[in-house]
Design a protein around this ligand. Structure first.
Ligand code: PLP
Length: 322
């Protein structure tokens, strides 16, 4: 594997902070890994993958970016901003059809200068073949496009999250904390797959608990295992320890659909710690922290993956109030 060349978008390490009031409320010691403060374009944890994947692509001579996702994709929004920084054109291929300009992530993609194309069918998997066709067309014009699949679920992207686990391990040592588990939201599975690679070589027995927000548990488990195993091999890291992984169903009534419990989780984070979490990802992970509190044998680390664009739109900030 080629040594990763970063664009240096992410400001690392992101803070690890105690969440005393939140912990008192839930009845367990809670720490928060603030990847929401990663320092670039509201990208959250995704910025880690974009940083190395696009840095490496640019270093290998690619001069255009084609990203895949949905209209609510934080990855695509971050790709648009990264392409602006790298000074290369960006096309984003989104599944479905345009939900209208009011969607915060979609308008961010456009405001950051990307060309947005819809596949016209709701199937998420329709994006990569369409991106492949566009890439072939661009190549025939003498360009060197680079295609980023949904979730940046390629070995270099996954390995950026293994480095994130290495980063947290050092912070835990400095702070003198031995967490029982790390909780984070799971979509494509790339983030947790990478974290699993990193955590597998920790000397502390910390487990990883994923709140699965978009797909059936069995599918997600298989994807995480495949991604972790293949990325570990590429990165010459030890075989991931699947015994440390636990996935819980956090889909509820559907991807991104709010419920009273999730609204309560958003309010709890705001009113105890002043922390902003979104309904799609952060609130679901926080709800799982609440469920785990009773059986936790040590502190819980909530990995705050970002989601600010959705969260801020949800809070109604920036709108005109009568
Ligand atoms: C993408 C995303 C996730 C899920 O990450 P995957 O690697 O797709 O599992 C979680 N939280 C936020 C804010 C995200 O943008």
């Amino acid at each position: 594997m080629i040594a990763a060349r970063r664009l240096s978008l992410a400001v690392l390490p992101t803070p690890l902070v105690p969440a005393r009031r939140l912990g008192e409320h839930l009845g367990v010691e809670v720490w928060v890994k603030r990847d929401d403060l990663i320092g670039f374009a509201f990208g959250g944890t995704k910025t880690r993958a974009v940083d190395v994947v696009i840095g490496d692509a640019v270093a290998r001579g690619h001069d255009e970016l084609i990203g895949c996702g949905g209209p609510a994709s934080n990855l695509c929004a971050t790709l648009a901003a990264a392409a602006a920084r790298a000074d290369i054109p960006c096309t984003l291929v989104l599944f479905g059809s345009s939900p209208g300009p009011s969607h915060p992530n979609l308008s961010a993609m456009e405001r950051w200068g990307a060309r947005v194309i819809f596949t016209g069918v709701p199937d998420r998997a329709s994006t990569e073949p369409c991106a492949g066709l566009i890439a072939a067309e661009r190549a025939s014009c003498g360009r060197h496009p680079f295609v980023v699949p949904r979730g940046a679920a390629i070995p270099l992207g996954v390995l950026s999250y293994a480095s994130a686990a290495d980063e947290l391990d050092e912070q835990l040592t400095t702070a003198g904390i031995d967490p029982d588990c790390i909780v984070l939201p799971v979509g494509s599975g790339a983030t947790i797959a990478g974290l699993l690679i990193g955590v597998s070589s920790w000397s502390r027995p910390t487990r990883l608990t994923g709140a699965v927000v978009s797909r059936p548990l069995a599918d997600t488990a298989m994807t995480v295992e495949t991604l972790a195993t293949s990325a570990a091999r590429c990165g010459r890291r030890p075989r991931p320890d699947l015994g440390r992984l636990e996935l819980v169903d956090a889909i509820g009534p559907g991807f991104g659909v709010p419920t009273p419990d999730l609204r309560d989780a958003v309010a709890l984070a705001l009113r105890t710690e002043g922390i902003v979490v979104d309904i799609t990802y952060g609130a679901r992970a926080l709800a799982v922290v609440g469920d785990l509190a009773r059986r936790a044998t040590g502190p819980i680390v909530l990995w705050h993956t970002g989601g600010w664009l959705d969260a801020v739109a949800d809070l109604g900030l920036g709108r005109d109030h009568p």
